[in-house]
Write a protein that binds this ligand. Structure first.
Ligand SMILES: NC(=O)c1ccc[n+]([C@@H]2O[C@H](COP(=O)([O-])OP(=O)(O)OC[C@H]3O[C@@H](n4cnc5c(N)ncnc54)[C@H](O)[C@@H]3O)[C@@H](O)[C@H]2O)c1
Length: 412
């Protein structure tokens, strides 16, 4: 496994459970040291699973030589944004490293999300150049997008169908043979571009639908309609409607990022993806809207935002995980600080949060902090937040998740 993060480590753990002999390569000393000491840095993989793997011979390493021993090499390295545009530098670096270690007949799989053409046009030539081997003839090359949903207790690696696209039908067969050992359902795509595009479609579908309900929430606020009741009613339709929830903004390593990959590719092809541009405009406004609503609620109580004590409840991008990447908590906290508010946060999983270059003060006890706050904003509905107790605090609450009810509660 090349890249032992949120995607690579759970996948590796499942491969290990299926009886495969596993090894990991990562450029991060901290990740490698932690794993070799039996510590997992990923919520979905307990320390005990890492210890079991280590007892069976698993080693993580920063030495690329470990790659040359593998029959199958899976790449799960980051594909984020740099200054708002797709950043494939980790894929390039990892592919070069793999290419230098590649032996004939190895199966190489890219799992990182990227735009269609990445496997054929970027990965393939880099691997061939670095290894001197020909893809599809001397080694097998596959794209298989990761669909992991961190923290999801119902769907994991085994029961989430996996798309496999090979640069040749034989490559796809090798991919199916590998994943078939620990994934129940495999879906073979026509080629790698279709598999790459399917992943972007899945995440863009979420992004666009979230934008739709976000905009419905803004409209309902303007026209005095209870959006949460609207969503509840519409959600009872058993066909033709998939429920999505509005929120303070779209976070995470995938949903806000992947549509940018699609838009960038579309731009390059002279194609204007209008749905995406509209969705981005709506989603990007949501943190600003939360700040404006907070200011409005304080003003209604004749309290200036300057010096107001604001408590943020839950700052990760999803409930019950510790990951804050692209979390709307950052722009919400930043906007409130700019307005002069005194902002603190509570989140059992997030030990530190840096906003605009400064550590945001963290509180251990939500209950104590609620007593001291002028307003609390429920940004993330972690399961530790008991709605009854939050409401009983009598603190003014702005609920961005539609979970609370009471006289002191205002909704997004
Ligand atoms: N996290 C998710 O929920 C999720 C879901 C589906 C798809 N994905 C996609 O999977 C890919 C990986 O995401 P992640 O969340 O696991 O990222 P991550 O940041 O958690 O892990 C990536 C790991 O790769 C390592 N790395 C970086 N450059 C490397 C290199 N050159 N060689 C070896 N290791 C290197 C990093 O040190 C890190 O440990 C991304 O393309 C992402 O879009 C993520």
């Amino acid at each position: 496994m090349v890249g032992l993060g949120y995607v690579g480590l759970p996948l590796l753990a499942r491969a290990f459970e299926s009886g495969m002999s596993t090894a990991g390569f990562d450029v991060s000393e901290a990740v490698v040291e932690g794993l070799n000491a039996g510590r997992s840095h990923v919520t979905d993989v307990p320390d005990s699973a890492v210890a079991d793997m280590a007892a069976a011979g698993f080693r993580a390493s920063t030495d690329p030589a470990v790659i040359s021993e593998a029959e199958t090499v899976v790449l799960c390295v980051p594909t984020g944004l740099a200054e708002g545009v797709p950043d494939l530098s980790a894929v390039r670096a990892a592919v070069r490293t793999v290419g230098e270690q590649l032996r004939p007949n190895t199966l190489v799989v890219l799992e990182s999300t990227s735009y269609p053409g990445t496997t054929e046009e970027l990965v393939r030539p880099l691997l061939e150049r670095a290894s001197g081997l020909v893809a599809g003839e001397e080694f097998h090359l596959v794209y298989s997008p990761e669909r992991i949903d961190p923290g999801n207790e119902f769907f994991g690696v085994r029961n989430t169908p996996k798309i496999v696209g090979g640069i040749t039908p034989l490559c796809a067969k090798h991919g199916v043979a590998f994943y078939g050992r620990f994934v129940d359902t495999l879906v073979v795509s026509r080629g790698t571009r279709e598999a790459e595009m399917a992943k972007l479609l899945e995440n863009t579908y979420r992004y666009v639908n979230i934008a739709l309900v976000n905009e419905v929430a803004l409209f309902c606020d303007r026209t005095d309609i209870d959006v949460w009741d609207v969503l509840h009613c519409a959600g009872t339709k058993p066909f033709g409607y998939a429920p999505f929830q509005p929120g303070p903004g779209v976070g995470g390593h995938c949903i806000p990022v992947d549509p940018v990959y699609l838009e960038t590719m579309a731009d390059g092809a002279g194609f204007s993806f209008r749905t995406l541009a509209a969705a981005r405009a709506v989603n990007a406004r949501m943190p600003e809207y939360v700040v404006a609503r907070t200011e409005r609620l304080l003003r209604d109580r004749e309290q200036p935002v300057e010096g107001a004590r604001v408590l943020l409840l839950g700052v990760s991008y999803k409930p019950d995980i510790a990951d804050t990447r692209e979390s709307p908590a950052y722009p919400v906290a930043s906007g409130l600080l700019r307005s002069g508010a005194d902002v603190v946060y509570h989140d059992p999983g997030v030990r530190a949060l840096e906003v605009d270059g400064r550590e945001l003060p963290r509180v251990d006890s939500a209950e104590e902090a609620l007593r001291a706050a002028d307003i609390a904003i429920l940004l993330q509905d972690h399961s530790c937040y008991d709605p009854v107790r939050l409401v009983a605090s009598r603190c003014l609450l702005l609920d961005t998740r539609g979970k609370l009810a009471g006289e002191n509660v205002r909704h997004l």
